[in-house]
Write a protein that binds this ligand. Sequence first.
Ligand code: 0L1
Ligand code: MG
Length: 262
Amino acid sequence: MALDKSTIAALAEHLENCELQARDTTKVTDEHPGMDWDDAYAVQDEILRRKLSRGARVVGLKAGLTSHAKMKQMSVETPVFGFLVDSFSVAEGGTVQIKELIHPKVEPEIAFVLKRPLKGPGCHIGAVLAATDFVLPGIEVIDSRYRDFKFDLKSVVADNTSASRFVVGGRAMRPQEVDLRTLGVVMEKNGQMVAIGAGAAVLGHPAAAVAALANHLGRRGQEIPAGSVVLSGGVTEAASVEAGDHVSLRIQHLGSVSLRFA
Ligand code: 0L1
Ligand code: MG
């Protein structure tokens, strides 16, 4: 690691305050160009520790930047991983207050809910499907704390991969009952289609993103706990939203899920 403990704690406090106060900032690597991957995940861990100490509960995990559309949109090449706590969760059909966010965007995701823990290394699509209880449609609201979404990957990891809000709903299906690669995905904003894709856009198979998350955690001596919801990553580019917008996502066989912004 290149950064000491007090720098990591200070960066975590700064980034979490930006999140809680809906303020943007410049990317953390501007001040700390030597920051390495372990530092970046250590900042993310410290943000989580701060939330847990105030009573938050971890409800799931996320993989991000797992589709070519997202990688191209953000000019990056590697998936990243983050955590989801209870305060990020929005009820199906619920409302997100735009004043609590900086510059939110929405992305369509396939969510996995696990019945058994998953641990890497060596986790693969088959292990993910065997450990998955059901899959659901999910909309992730991302809200990078970085001004104008200008960042590099280490800064994004430190910022908990822009995690902000999410909703899951629709129809729970056993993963064996659907071909996750060919599931059609349609996202609409105010009744207008803004994104269209298929499950295979996520690393060829959305379960591959969950396997990559398990392998990433395995390298850190951790696992994906049973009962977790895992967002496998945006199938398409993310779409900007503003107050008054209604967003709905339909995924073939999995029904629909929606939220609105006020
Ligand atoms: O969920 C994700 O795809 C991660 C997004 C991180 C970068 C961004 O803010 O777009
Ligand atoms: Mg996402």
